[in-house]
Ligand binder design. Structure first.
Ligand SMILES: C[S@@+](CC[C@H](N)C(=O)[O-])C[C@H]1O[C@@H](n2cnc3c(N)ncnc32)[C@H](O)[C@@H]1O
Length: 230
């Protein structure tokens, strides 16, 4: 099985419990970080945005708040079960946002289709993060933003952080009635996220300029943003 197929299977499996476990992994700060990502996308009312690797759709729905009433947001994820949950949330909150099953390393959108593209937690566990970043840059018009948010090991606590995540995430997932092994994948892939300099280099290679990154909460997460030069 490829890494992508394994990842899709894991997310299908943990989808019903993903939101709670994600809250534990981010110590309750995930939505604050997603809001920072939505701000960094620099969208105005009426704009269009893509949320790649949207999962259960939280960041996509925050983007939708920013482009309402005439704008549009699309969320794409390769896990049908995560997308099903995103659709339920979208319907429950009444926000204008559509969710689609798809591969973010091979997006089914034309060039320059969106004003911005975001991804949160999308690069980890990916076979080819460079392809995903290149696709995000391709579908954003010149002048639009690409924003990437990842949970990252805090620099000074790298070893401890990895150990705590590796112990706590499967335990919490298991307590919630899930398969602890599936949740281990979530914790272990945090270590796969390329370092910030490497992410910035991949962005530059994809034709993104004015790249800035900031560490959030002492380095527990890193937010990259840049402008498509076209
Ligand atoms: C850690 S979750 C993040 C979900 C959400 N963005 C959030 O902020 O909580 C990573 C998501 O990326 C998706 N994913 C990973 N590789 C993908 C790919 N190549 N194409 C589409 N989705 C992918 C997974 O299915 C999963 O839902």
């Amino acid at each position: 099985m490829t890494t992508a197929a394994h990842d899709r299977e894991v997310f299908d499996h943990i989808a019903p419990r993903y939101d709670v476990v994600s809250r534990v992994m981010t110590l309750g700060r995930g939505d604050r970080w997603r809001q920072a990502s939505a701000r960094a996308a620099d969208l105005h009312a009426g704009a269009s945005a893509l949320d790649a690797c949207t999962g259960t759709g939280d960041l996509a729905l925050m983007l939708a708040d920013r482009v309402t009433p005439l704008g549009e947001v699309m969320g794409v994820d390769h896990s049908p079960e995560m997308i099903a949950r995103a659709r339920m949330k979208g319907q429950a909150t009444g926000r204008h946002c559509s969710f689609h099953v798809g591969d973010c390393t091979d997006l089914a959108f034309p060039d320059d289709r969106f004003d911005a593209a975001t991804a949160s937690g999308g690069l980890r566990g990916m076979d080819d993060p460079a392809a995903a970043i290149a696709e995000m840059a391709r579908v954003v018009r010149p002048g639009g933003r690409v924003v990437l948010l990842e949970i990252t090991p805090p620099e000074r606590l790298r070893g401890i952080h990895a150990r705590v995540l590796r112990m706590a995430t499967p335990a919490v997932g298991g307590l919630l009635g899930g398969d602890a092994r599936a949740f281990r994948h979530l914790a272990e892939t945090v270590a796969d996220v390329p370092p910030p300099e490497r992410v910035a280099a991949l962005m530059a290679h994809a034709g993104i300029g004015d790249i800035r990154w900031q560490r959030l909460a002492g380095g527990m997460a890193t937010l990259h943003a840049g402008v498509v030069t076209g």
